[in-house]
Write a protein that binds this ligand. Sequence first.
Ligand SMILES: [Zn+2]
Length: 421
Amino acid sequence: MAEHYIVLSRKYRPKLLSDLIGQDTLSSSLKSCLDAKKVPHAFLFHGIRGVGKTTTARILARCLSCLGIDGLTDITSTPCGVCKSCIAIDSDQHMDIMEFDAASRTGVDDIREIIDATQYAPIQGRYKIFIIDEVHMLSKSAFNALLKTLEEPPTHVKFIFATTELNKIPETILSRCMTYQLKPITHDVLSLYLINICEKEGILLEKDAASIVAEESEGSVRDALSIIEQAIMSLGDAKTINVDIVTKLLGSARICEIKALLNHILLGKTEEAIKISESLIQNNADPFAIYKQLQTMLYKIIVDTAKNKNSEYNLSNLLYLWQIFLKQTETIKNSTHPEFILNAAIVIMAHTASFPKIDSLMIKDTENNVINTQSTNNQSKLASKLESIMGEKVQPLNDQKSKLIENVLEKFPGATITEIE
Ligand SMILES: [Zn+2]
């Protein structure tokens, strides 16, 4: 008989606060609150998909319900895993812990059912614990009904809410919850975690392959594990997941090829750039995935250049490229022939990247009038715009060129930049 298969995210789901990866602040904060036996009656965990919100909710429920080996232990930050309460929770059969998915049960009647249930004392454990996932999906009347119970909950009741969209939770609810943010898992932590999981599965996950999966998952453990799962299934009898397997699976290109492609674009070598792009597409790489990879790599170069770590490139030209990237993203995503859009974008970018220094340029608007570039001197505005693009602090640039390009693009979208003869 075939072995019962358990998905990796379930098989390796953390059971203790100390098992949570990349959430050290959250773990230690919950630990101190449990150790001090000062537990609020409502918690709210928020963060992007797949970072461990419901997992943390279940761990917390386990901590609150564990009876200890002697059956006499109070709430604990380190549940025993062997008492009848822990065992019941681990097999999803604890009668006092109820999980609801607000995405499918949004109405006031669904909440009334929960509220009615709060009136009865726990059967098996210390508390009746209600875990409500995607709580932002509740209707307004459902939130209102819930509010009354949250204001004066019976002492044996605990609520644990989870959401990806904190801004959709009414202030009245938020103010009655202890709120915790779960952070996206950092690239290095996630890579290492994936390597460890594979090792437990008897599979060697190469470092570069782990890095690509971590990058692709954007900090979500669940997404990362799901990619690894597909990679393992594609292995057959082999025991190693390398870059080739992962890139094939993701439809993405190898980092070194993307590096070469972007390098040609930045040097204005259109023909060489197109050659690489065509060969990647021929080898089944997805044009949109290539585009995204190029964008990520360009972003890193811009950040390094803005921090003056990288003097190889001209920041103005890089920013101009970035604008082109942003403008084409939706087009390539929705196109029935994304490969054409990709190659056209490569041609435009390679063309503009080879622009000579802006000092020797004159800027004309769509009516062919020369634009007075001296009238703009808003350095901090540019810096804050750069910040919003890059997501990190940028010093106001003492760079006439960036200012110029930014200003032209903003005011004259159809403007052309040409060299003074
Ligand atoms: Zn226990």
